[in-house]
Write a protein that binds this ligand. Structure first.
Ligand code: AGP
Length: 607
């Protein structure tokens, strides 16, 4: 999604602004732009396409300066184009914005009546004119931004400059992340720490409603009521090369291969002597788990699929009723909440607008508590939850989520097992689950060694327009995740079905041209799944089966790839990895933009 960088310094910072945008490319965008405050005016360059196009324009124009704002845009209002790209300008004032202004039409009509001319279809342009209008009434830039944001409905993170106050950048946030970075003789704003890692490790995570004013030697923060406030300075543990691709051709491939380490990191310090340490969830965890009567899981996309797997675990192991639901649906219905229900959000970014809105809504319901499984410690979702279990996947840059998903499954397994232990799970089953987790990093590494075989399988998909994915039990959501991976990066239409559902409709699609991918663990549903695959085979469907080693030998139909033997906790993680590799190789062979697939954004901070 959109990215913001703002810098006030005593040196020429144009290359740092552009490098900051390049570091945010992974979020997904369609155009980019920069405004520099220079002399008594502002100068702007904008380009549809990639940051490298903006860089070329900068070289052509020679734009530079000590103070500026920059943006990568992901279109919400108005097509991707140069004239809709940020920064937007009103006289000597310029604004970049992430989020959506819901009352932009009303504000636009009012500002047009005041004589302001609009040059874009964006909702953002109203902010530029609004801030300019307040400055014309005598307010300084800080006061003008404070007055402007008070009139906005919706979600925003903004950075604003004005030629009336060279060297000053004012930022504000509500419902979209914005951070301030502290440097020596220069200060920064950005929507994401990655934009600033080469410049500083010291950050302030602004809170909802905060407005911040930076100059090269000063940084002042005001809360939603306009009172000066101090916010904690945090040291980022990310290094600038954590977002380096290294020798890998794509971030996605690097991140798939990082999974053994990411899983090991997610387990580290959380298991001792064969027992999960309950306190890892928070100081109140012991009591809250004992009081939990049911669980509502809310998430989007890949994180939702992790939630669907966890639903099986929570019901099977803990015997606690559990639902998993898409956040964009949950937030607009009237959920009925029974006493003792734990509200669990899952999110890689911790900033997904729908998940965050659902979390806020949960405060109006009688939930026992809110718990987050998340990959970004300073994110809004983490800050608004009482219990937190961090995944330790490290920065995930590829839009297609991979290591975030496997580490989410690991964190959710820790939670499910702990909840189950509090409900009296058979100690042998508990110990077996913990042991499966401990063995997972090695088993995932084993699956990664199958890469050349999976690459060969991928060749059969290159010319296909459609694919079906099948699974049962916890492997149904694994199949959903496999289908999502394939469609989002290769643009092949892929659907996942619970295999038992096949004959209720989708079987009609199966013919000699339809690849059918199945994940086949050695579990209680094995025979039923085999019958479903017979049905596919009988109709000429091309089967691609990823099977547990105990059952792979018995499979005489289609292409069979053997996975390590795995129990109920490890199996969904292990089966996911070949599906990620399959999608990756198909996409590479089709020549798509693997890390930044069309129309998609990494962190969906708008509704
Ligand atoms: C999947 O590959 C996508 N990146 C997407 O479905 C993602 O999982 C979804 O947008 C939720 O994001 P979150 O985990 O950051 O909340």
């Amino acid at each position: 999604m959109c990215g913001i960088v703002g810098i006030s310094a005593q040196r020429n910072i144009i290359q740092h602004l552009i490098a900051g945008l390049a570091a945010l490319e992974y979020r997904g965008y369609d155009s980019a732009g920069v405004v520099m405050v220079a002399g008594d005016g502002i100068a702007r360059i904008r380009a549809k396409g990639k940051v490298r196009d903006l860089q070329a324009l900068q070289r052509e124009t020679g734009l530079d300066g000590h103070c500026g704002i920059a943006h990568t845009r992901w279109a919400t209002h108005g097509v991707p184009s140069e004239h809709n790209a940020h920064p937007h300008v009103s006289g000597p004032t310029s604004v970049v914005h992430n989020g959506i202004i819901e009352n932009h039409a009303v504000l636009r009509a009012r500002l047009q009546a005041e004589g302001f001319e609009f040059t874009s279809e964006t909702d953002t342009e109203v902010i530029a004119h609004l801030v300019e209008s307040h400055q014309r009434q005598g307010k300084d830039l800080l006061a003008a931004v404070q007055a402007a944001v008070a009139e906005l409905h919706g979600a925003y993170a903004i950075a604003v400059v004005s030629a009336r106050e060279p060297g000053v950048v004012v930022g504000a946030r509500y419902g979209a992340p914005l951070i301030a970075g502290l440097g020596e003789g220069e200060q920064y704003l950005a929507s994401d720490v990655h934009a600033l890692l080469p410049l500083t490790r010291r950050f302030i995570y602004l809170e909802e409603g905060d407005v911040v004013k930076i100059g090269h030697d000063a940084l002042d923060i005001f809360d939603a009521e306009g009172r000066p406030v101090r916010r904690e300075i945090r040291e980022s543990h990310f290094s600038a090369d954590a977002v380096d691709r290294g020798e890998y051709p794509h971030y996605m491939l690097k991140e798939i291969h990082e999974q053994p380490q990411a899983i090991a990191d997610t387990l580290e310090g959380r298991i001792a002597g064969g027992r999960i340490l309950t306190q890892i969830l928070g100081v109140e965890a012991e009591r809250l788990l004992a009081e939990t009567q049911s669980v509502h899981i809310i998430a989007c996309g890949t994180s939702y699929h992790a939630g669907l797997v966890a639903r099986y675990w929570i019901e099977q192991l803990a015997g606690v009723p559990c639902t998993a639901e898409i956040a964009s649906e949950y937030r607009y219905r009237n959920p009925v909440v029974r006493e003792g229900t734990l509200f669990l959000t899952i999110s890689q970014s911790g900033e997904t607008a729908d998940t965050l809105a659902a979390l806020k809504l949960s405060r109006q319901r009688p939930y026992l508590c809110r718990m987050a499984v998340c990959n970004v410690p300073e994110s809004s979702i983490v800050r608004e939850s009482e219990l937190v279990l961090m995944t330790r996947a490290g920065p995930e840059i590829g839009v297609a989520s991979t290591k975030a998903f496997s580490t989410q499954l690991v964190a959710l397994a820790l939670f499910a097992l702990e909840l189950a232990r509090a409900r009296g799970l058979d100690p042998a089953r508990y110990s077996d689950g913990v042991r499966q987790l401990e063995l997972l990093p090695g088993q995932v590494a084993q699956v990664l060694a199958l890469d050349p075989q999976i690459r060969r399988l991928a060749e059969a998909f290159v010319q296909k327009q459609h694919a079906l994915f099948l699974g049962r039990g916890t492997h149904w959501p694994v199949a959903m995740e496999g289908a999502l991976k394939l469609k989002e990066i290769s643009y092949i239409h892929a659907e996942a079905y619970a295999a038992g559902e096949l004959k209720h409709g989708p079987l009609a699609l199966v013919d000699a041209d339809m690849p059918v991918v199945a994940v086949m663990p050695n579990d209680a549903l094995l025979d039923k799944l085999k019958s479903n695959l017979e049905e596919v085979s009988a109709r000429g469907g091309q089967l691609y089966v990823f099977a547990d080693e105990d059952v792979a030998t018995g499979m005489d139909k289609g292409h069979v790839l053997t996975l390590p033997r795995a129990g109920e906790i490890a199996a969904p993680v292990i089966s996911t990895v070949p599906l990620q590799l399959l999608a990756y190789h198909v996409a590479v062979l089709r020549g798509t933009d693997v890390d930044q697939p069309r129309n998609l954004a990494k962190s969906v901070t708008v509704e």
